[in-house]
Design a protein around this ligand. Structure first.
Ligand SMILES: Nc1ncnc2c1ncn2[C@@H]1O[C@H](COP(=O)(O)OP(=O)(O)OP(=O)(O)O)[C@@H](O)[C@H]1O
Length: 287
């Protein structure tokens, strides 16, 4: 069963082609990280899936029907990239207002506890900090007990502590069986949360797989060491230096280590690890 589906979707804004033939299925229990550089088309894809915009061609379905049908939207939650909260409304009133749109909403107290907003129930939203406002905006997506939640850059601009509160709430929803599509520029976030990663670049899907598989697509390892300058070595695709250590990317780390030994390079503290999602992402989107 598919919760949301885009089939060969394009979307134009005038001459701008924001999506150029994108297909995506979201199934129950998935937590999908939608990654891509600025302007890749992430928000456009989210807006099509939730029925805020229509595709120029291709089809989009939500719970098997038209995403613009309010009955289909009863089962989704959404936090757009930019949200506004009525400044004079209190936090508790905001939750109650959203809850009034649903048949079986979460308890107000439960929503506030999950998102670390206890104690703010009587505070007007205009007086909240940026992090508190964002937590409330994300919390409101969960009020109607959705089956599928769309979060467009939920943690951008938040400090580590607040980000982790949101991560825990998203994880708890997912653990209870909820599905999530999350766009993010924070690769650590996608690596920490997502069961599946979709990489968009210039309006196309560049990769769609698990985090380890996306890393594997790039097929390089990072070999790091403390060392004096190195001789030329075979198979090194990039070299960088930080904190007195050299970092080499190579598809064959075993051969590289053999070559280092043969060349009697005086290395120390050798470390070999698979590519991070960030390294894979940079290579995929640079192509
Ligand atoms: N309302 C609009 N009118 C005209 N062009 C638009 C509109 N919305 C988006 N675009 C263009 O479509 C392309 C995709 O934009 P979109 O916002 O979907 O990308 P994104 O991946 O979400 O970017 P970001 O990470 O910066 O939020 C961009 O080139 C953008 O300028």
């Amino acid at each position: 069963m598919t919760l949301a589906r885009a089939v060969d979707v394009t979307r134009r804004y005038g001459r701008e082609l924001a999506l150029a033939g994108v297909s995506l299925d979201i199934k129950p229990g998935e937590l999908i990280g939608l990654l891509g550089p600025n302007g890749a088309g992430k928000s456009t894809l989210v807006n099509l899936l939730v029925g805020l915009r229509r595709p120029s061609s291709g089809t989009v379905t939500l719970f098997g029907g038209d995403p613009r049908d309010p009955a289909r939207r009863q089962h989704i939650g959404l936090t757009p990239q930019e949200t506004g909260l009525p400044a004079t409304l209190r936090v508790g009133e905001c939750v109650d207002y959203v809850a009034a749109h649903f048949d079986n909403p979460l308890e107000r107290g439960e929503v506030l506890t999950r998102f670390g907003l206890d104690g703010l129930v009587k505070r007007q939203t205009g007086g909240l900090s940026g992090g508190q406002k964002r937590r409330l905006s994300v919390a409101l997506a969960f009020v109607g007990r959705p089956r599928l939640v769309f979060l467009d850059e939920p943690t951008t601009g938040l400090d580590v502590e607040v980000r982790h509160v949101l991560w825990e709430a998203i994880r708890a929803f997912h653990a209870e069986g909820g599905a999530v599509l999350l766009t993010s520029h924070n690769l650590e976030e996608v690596e920490a949360l997502a069961t599946r990663v979709v990489v968009l670049g210039a309006g196309r899907v560049l990769a769609d797989d698990t985090v380890p598989a996306i890393r594997g697509l790039v097929g390089v390892h990072r070999v790091s060491m403390a060392s004096t300058p190195l001789p030329r070595l075979r198979g090194v695709v990039s070299t960088s230096e930080s904190d007195g250590r050299l970092h080499l990317l190579t598809p064959d780390p075993d051969q590289l280590v053999r070559d280092l030994v043969t060349a009697t390079v005086p290395f120390r503290d050798l470390e070999i690890r698979p590519t991070t999602l960030e390294e894979a992402f940079l290579q995929l989107t640079a192509a």
